[in-house]
Design a protein around this ligand. Structure first.
Ligand code: GLU
Ligand code: ZN
Length: 300
């Protein structure tokens, strides 16, 4: 029987700084795509990296989203409260011998061949069977091609593929300091929230294969993916806290939403409308095919 799947989308900001234009673009895209499908739009605070995240930033992000009329459904999921779920997922992988402890330092891995995201982990600790305690935990990978179709990216908006073992290597799912890695947390949480459609910045395009691999190992359903271009500044750097991207305020909501729609290739809704009016029009006009299929782009 074919049960029609309800659309469940989400926005998953990391509270390492206030909301900036780049994160607003991702928020808006996921919101519009969810609402245009008559779907739910859930919220998740991705504060697994406790050293980099602050609850003040989380509050600030949620306040800004509300001021921008981006109202989410249900309760906010918070990753720092989800350790038991991550621990269970890790235990499931360990039980079938898909994980191992790694004692390699950054320096020891640094001379390995370069992959798509820095040095490829060469599997040094794979067969050493060291104790998990106080060590990083990696997941065993293989070279099977992981393929997925992105709704905006990929040459000609087609298939994207990656061989994890040779492009990335066995990757860390729990860090030496005991914190879980983003890749594991995001997969466990997307499954727990029943997310069917992931819409986010294209800086995460290269992470998607790793997430699909973990979904496969854990028996989770693969959502559909839409990666929108990340916003760069004039120097071509991704807007982030590190590049000192200015925060955005409620006072400029109309102008900022208009600029974000333009960035996403969407029709103008007329900047004179109210925020609510603009969003309603943008939902109606939402066109995924108009989103530039590039990884990054400067503010228009
Ligand atoms: N927390 C991630 C970020 O802010 C987004 C993760 C995701 O959307 O999968 O970059
Ligand atoms: Zn190692």
């Amino acid at each position: 029987m074919n049960i029609p799947q309800k659309y469940i989308g989400r926005f998953a900001p990391s509270p390492s700084g206030p909301l900036h234009f780049g994160s607003l673009v991702a928020a808006l895209a996921s919101y519009l795509d969810a609402r245009a499908h008559g779907g739910a739009w859930l919220m998740r605070i991705e504060d697994v990296d406790e050293a980099r995240c602050k609850s003040e930033y989380a509050d600030d992000i949620l306040r800004t989203l509300t001021a921008f009329g981006l109202n989410w459904d249900g309760v906010v999921m918070v990753q720092s409260q989800r350790k038991t779920a991550y621990e269970q997922a890790l235990a499931r992988l360990s039980k079938v011998s898909l994980t191992y402890a790694c004692t390699c330092s950054r320096k020891e891995i640094a001379d390995s061949a370069l992959g798509i995201e820095g040095p490829i982990y060469p599997g040094t600790c794979r067969t050493l069977a060291m104790a998990n305690k106080n060590n990083a935990i990696r997941v065993l990978t293989n070279d099977e091609l992981i393929r997925f179709t992105d709704r905006a990216q990929g040459q000609g908006r087609g298939e994207i593929s990656q061989r994890i073992e040779s492009d990335i290597g066995d990757f860390v799912i729990k860090r030496r300091d005991g914190l879980f890695a983003y890749q594991l947390a995001v997969v466990v949480d997307d499954a727990a929230q029943g997310v069917t459609h992931v819409v986010r910045g294209a800086d995460l395009l290269d992470s998607t294969a790793r997430q699909i691999y973990l979904q496969q190992l854990l028996g989770f359903i693969m959502p559909q993916y839409l990666h929108v271009p990340t916003v760069t500044n004039d120097a071509g750097q991704k807007l982030s806290k590190q590049t000192l991207a200015p925060g955005i305020g409620a006072a400029d909501a109309v102008t900022v939403i208009e600029a974000a729609l333009r960035f996403l290739g969407q029709a103008s809704t007329g900047a004179n409308a109210s925020v609510a009016g603009m969003l309603a029009a943008a939902v109606k006009n939402w066109q995924v095919s108009a989103i530039p299929g590039v990884r990054a782009s400067a503010i228009a």
